[in-house]
Design a protein around this ligand. Structure first.
Ligand code: GUN
Length: 294
């Protein structure tokens, strides 16, 4: 029988731990940790994600600031906003929600963020420090995956992990985290992507699969070794007329047929997704405490 990895419950536990630590800091005279979020345009998914991040801040006893701009904001204006946030001593950390409109170079924006305030962990300095196993802000979704493995006592050392997808936000960093000399970590990692040959053969070797492709129900039962741990990072909106919203979230794994083959599996929704926000709060608390950069 497989076990569901309950990301919603685990994230709630972590958020309660963070709220307790914030309350203790405030009782000692510290001010509230303060996260700012920048949202450009009206992408439906981004609106929901940012609203959830702001709500989570309030629930954990943080201050939060949402800076909203319409999709015509210029790159120069967004860079100026980033510089203001870098310089604002009242803001501990901030994020610029992705995707950005096409006329804005997201790399240029990312590189303008002060690494000390980069609570998304996307800046080259934080990525480099992650690779070197130095203290840094870890990207929230990969960090959330590692935290789930840890809290479910899933052995990773010496295991073969196959990661599907090489995005900067999930696939590449999770492949690094799981290969690091750490616990969880110490995996042998195979990173598969759109040019990989014999994908199924790779997947059938996996003790742990991390699916982060953004292709609904891509991973089928015949691609999974019996007893594998399956982590599904997919959150694609697919049309569903039976829902009030008109859509539902679909993972990268065909859950109904894959789950019976697994030892552990994350559902969508309620698996990795809720962990992303919990780890963003954790990074913001680290920022407020100046844990990594003095
Ligand atoms: N878009 C999708 N995931 C993320 C994330 O973790 N942070 C930001 N800033 N944008 C995203």
């Amino acid at each position: 029988m497989y076990q569901i990895i309950d990301g919603k419950a685990t994230a709630a536990t972590i958020r309660a731990e963070i709220a307790a630590e914030v309350a203790a800091l405030i009782s000692k005279g510290a001010r509230k940790p303060h996260l700012a979020a920048v949202l450009v345009g009206t992408d439906g998914g981004s609106e929901t994600y940012v609203a959830n991040k702001i709500k989570a801040c309030e629930d954990a006893g943080f201050s939060s600031t949402l800076l909203r701009f319409d999709e015509h904001l210029s790159e120069a204006e967004l860079l100026a906003t980033v510089q203001q946030l870098n310089a604002d001593a009242e803001i501990d950390g901030f994020i610029v929600q992705l995707p950005l409109p096409k006329h804005i170079n997201a790399d240029r924006i990312n590189e303008a963020i002060d690494p000390k305030k980069d609570v998304d962990g996307f800046h080259a300095v934080n990525i480099g420090r992650m690779v070197l196993n130095l203290p840094c802000y870890l990207p929230a979704t990969p960090h959330g995956i590692v935290e789930l493995l840890k809290r479910y006592n899933i052995e990773t050392e010496g295991k073969h992990c196959v990661v599907l997808g090489r995005s900067n936000i999930v696939g590449s960093p999770v492949s690094i985290l799981l290969a690091r000399q750490a616990n969880p970590g110490n995996c042998t990692v195979t990173l598969c992507h759109s040019r990989t040959k014999n994908l199924k053969e790779h997947l059938l070797q996996a003790d742990i699969i991390v699916a982060a492709l953004g292709k609904p129900e891509f991973v089928r039962a015949d691609m999974v070794k019996p007893g594998a741990v399956v982590i599904d990072v997919g959150t694609t909106r697919v049309v569903d007329a039976s829902r009030k919203s008109g859509f539902r979230l679909s993972g990268d794994v065909a859950f109904e047929e894959v789950a019976p083959k697994c030892s552990y599996i994350t559902p969508v929704p309620g698996g990795v997704g809720p962990m992303t926000i919990a780890m963003l709060l954790k990074n913001t608390l680290h920022a407020a405490k100046k844990d990594f950069y003095g």
